[in-house]
Design a protein around this ligand. Structure first.
Ligand code: SAH
Length: 225
């Protein structure tokens, strides 16, 4: 898989994409992530990428031409399954979307900044708009890192124990059961007895009960309640 991210602040993406599970997936060759500085296609001597908005609203808007040129350059090199724009008014990101996107071959993620991007980009170049939640951030870089991380950890081989991604929250529409590690007792706080029983059937039953109980209590919306 290949993910191309277009940004005006590429530095923001360096650390989140070079460590831990995502960093290892890149090193193992499971995914290529390329971060492109939109200024490469900036206009004039100052490599301008944004301008005042028509109508006089406060805030700068990313211009259509540099984004168009960058996307066209990438599209000339390979086919893309999706050109995604990170946007607070997009569809709210979910595990289901991450699962679906993890099956794609090549995707572009465009990060907006300032007041947003010229709407013609959204009308003509973008195939999908994704939000990370109902709040406004300064730029699309952290949202893009969220989407890339959620996708990459699903790629076969990214997580050593593959069942681990499947037992995470939301994969089966439920929150996951609590997890514990050694010691079995700390400060008088005990790990639930059943987890020490060594009986896989009882442990599984307990985990299922916990999942349902926690989902009902914390996220009844997931159960349609
Ligand atoms: N004026 C816009 C917000 C611009 S915020 C509006 O009111 O909708 C600047 C950039 O940050 C956006 O272009 C987008 O790429 C990114 N961004 C901000 N909040 C986001 C969110 N919740 N999800 C995804 N991207 C977001």
């Amino acid at each position: 898989m290949r993910i191309d991210i277009i940004s005006v602040v590429p530095e923001l993406l360096e650390s989140p994409l070079s460590h831990s599970i995502v960093g290892r997936a890149i090193n193992k060759g499971l995914v290529e992530i390329h971060v492109h500085n939109l200024r490469e296609f900036g206009k004039g001597p100052r490599l301008q990428v944004d301008d005042y908005s028509y109508g006089g609203d406060a805030g700068m808007v990313l211009m259509v031409e540099p984004v168009y040129n960058m996307i066209m350059k990438l599209k000339a090199e390979r086919d893309y399954d999706e050109v995604i724009y990170m946007s607070p008014d997009g569809a709210v990101f979910s595990q289901g979307m991450a699962n679906e996107l993890s099956l794609k071959e090549n995707i572009i993620i465009l990060c907006g900044h300032y007041k947003g991007i010229d709407h013609r980009i959204r009308e003509h170049l973008i195939t999908r708009e994704i939000s990370v939640g109902d709040y406004v951030l300064s730029g699309g870089e952290i949202p893009a890192a969220i989407v890339a991380d959620a996708i990459v950890r699903l790629l076969p081989g990214a997580i050593t124990d593959e069942t681990s991604a499947l037992s995470d929250s939301f994969q089966d529409g439920l929150l996951s059961a609590p997890v514990y590690t050694r010691p079995a007792e700390f400060n008088g706080w005990k790990v639930p007895e059943v987890l020490l029983s060594g009986n896989p059937r009882l442990i599984r039953e307990w985990q299922d009960e916990q999942s349902i109980e926690r989902t009902r209590r914390l996220r009844p919306d997931l159960l349609g309640e």
